[in-house]
Ligand binder design. Structure first.
Ligand code: FAD
Length: 474
């Protein structure tokens, strides 16, 4: 009897453990061909590309320990899959589902084509705690507000018999297949190699690193998450976002491990609710597939966004003269990640003080974050711009000086990324322009020389934003 062969298509699930599609496939077939397809016409940021390359290498390495390898292709998935399945022994195909409109359409087409060829195609949830269609309110509609969404989601999870799909007995295929590429032939780390190498120096990438990071987070930081998560000057968040984005770890594993830890309920539930925001972002993306480009609240379509290339570049480069904003933008460029509190501050500054379109911020984040994620990024930007579903109200304009004083009271975060502010007294760290000329001389710090003057007046631009908002609300 010939072997029954199945194909597992790795996408944003770059892990072997707790991978439901892979696990279920292994029960159906004798051998599995693990494939990855780099889809050229899907946009992927530079920082994500460098993470992806390492993550693929890592997965390939894990597969080689099981006497196989990752079969990598580049091009149109439908065409590539049609060619691979010409091998008559292939009876099954599997993947874990994705929720953006491009993936949904593509997958539907591929599934139907496989079915026509009598190949069994099974798909699973390996990316979210619960899928968008599972969480409905009493009227059967999806939730537009986070709190009831998470309550419903959490209840479902508590009532489900959750188990991680684990096996160490996968039987992977090892044979030559035409047009398979080496990972470096994807040329993911070109053209910004130096910057990418710098970013990579901050991260350990891959499934084992993700599991270890979760373990260390639970053991050393979770006890103080509820308060510590808001402080960019300390290190109390999990930094698991890029691992979750690429599927090196599943949200279900995080949920399960956190629930069984002996940390107090307050910190546990706060952390899990943040994972819940990720599910909520995908709930929005699934139900508003255009939210990557269009405001969820349509009144924002007529918002008088400004076009100011110079201000945009100044913001990207972290040279606005507002320390906490500049520190955040420098952190982003330095390590491909930014603290959540600071993401909100730089986002509010861009969309409200500079009146620049949230799409400009979303684009820059998408290119430079290692956790750049189609759901969480567009939901985060729409939230901060005020145009989202359960968004921060537009009139809530973050005051970056007060935010800095509250969440980085000694200016340690700011000084880490802007060393020239090191020499000025603590009380001026978040507003160096308040120093008199004499004070500047005393500390050998000249505004405009050692650090830029603010590019806008915070209180004038706040009023201007409120007026603009009033107009679209009339
Ligand atoms: P932790 O505080 O340890 O949280 C654990 C996990 O919960 C995170 O890894 C993440 O998966 C999830 N999470 C936490 N907060 C949020 C949130 N507000 N929305 C969705 N999920 C959340 N997150 C991304 O993963 N990718 C993005 O592209 C992204 N873009 C953002 C853009 C803006 C403007 C804003 C305000 C937020 C954005 N976020 C994004 C959400 C959040 O900032 C990051 O998930 C978080 O900072 C990652 O760090 P962490 O893993 O240490 O978070």
């Amino acid at each position: 009897m010939t072997d029954r062969i199945g194909i597992h298509w790795f996408r944003l699930d770059l892990r072997l453990n707790d991978n439901p599609a892979l696990y279920e496939l292994s029960k159906e077939v004798d051998k599995i061909i693990p494939i990855y397809i780099y889809e050229e016409n899907i946009e992927i940021g530079h920082a994500s590309k460098c993470w992806l390359e390492k993550s693929l290498e890592n997965l390939d390495n894990e597969l080689s320990k099981l006497d196989s390898k990752l079969y990598v292709f580049k091009g149109n998935p439908k065409k590539i899959i049609d060619i691979i399945v010409e091998d008559k022994n292939i009876s099954h195909f599997s993947w874990n589902r994705l929720y953006d409109k491009h993936s949904i359409l593509r997958d539907k087409e591929i599934k139907s084509s496989l079915n026509k060829k009598s190949i069994v195609c099974n798909t699973f949830n390996g990316y979210l705690l619960s899928e968008p269609w599972e969480i409905k309110n009493k009227s059967g509609n999806f939730f537009k507000v986070f709190t009831p969404f998470w309550k419903a989601n959490f209840e479902i999870l508590l009532n489900k018999k959750l188990s991680l799909s684990s096996s160490s007995k996968y039987n992977f295929y090892k044979k030559n297949i035409n047009s398979v590429l080496k990972i470096d032939e994807l040329k993911l780390n070109i053209p910004k190699k130096e910057w990418m190498n710098k970013i990579l120096s901050y991260w350990d990438i891959g499934e084992n690193a993700a599991k270890l990071k979760l373990k260390k987070f639970i053991n050393n930081k979770l006890y103080n998450y509820n308060i510590g998560r808001d402080r960019p000057d300390s290190d109390f968040t999990s930094k698991i976002s890029p691992h979750l984005h690429f599927g090196e770890i599943s949200p279900l594993r995080i949920f399960t491990e956190v629930m069984k830890s002996n940390i107090d309920e307050k910190n546990k539930t706060k952390y899990l609710s943040e994972i819940g925001w990720r599910d909520f972002s995908y709930n929005l993306l699934f139900n508003y597939p255009e939210m990557t480009d269009l405001p969820i609240q349509s009144k924002f379509e007529k918002f008088p966004w400004q076009r100011d290339k110079k201000n945009l570049i100044t913001w990207k480069e972290g040279k606005t003269g507002i320390p906490i904003v500049d520190a955040g933008m420098k952190e982003l460029y330095e390590m491909g990640w930014m603290h959540n509190r600071v993401r909100m501050i730089v986002g509010s500054f861009l969309t409200k003080n500079l009146l620049l379109h949230w799409k400009e911020g979303e684009r820059w984040f998408f290119d430079t974050l290692v956790d750049a994620d189609i759901g969480s990024n567009s939901a985060g930007w729409q939230w901060i711009a005020g145009s989202g579903a359960d968004a921060s109200p537009y009139f809530r304009i973050f005051n970056p000086i007060l935010q800095g004083k509250k969440f980085d009271p000694k200016g340690e975060y700011v000084k880490q990324f802007i060393p020239s502010l090191d020499k000025i007294p603590e009380k001026f760290i978040h507003s160096p322009w308040e120093m008199t000329v004499e004070e500047q001389k005393k500390y050998n710090f000249i505004l405009g020389r050692d650090y830029p003057k603010p590019i806008v007046d915070l209180s004038y631009t706040r009023k201007r934003a409120l007026e603009a908002f009033k107009k679209i609300s009339e």
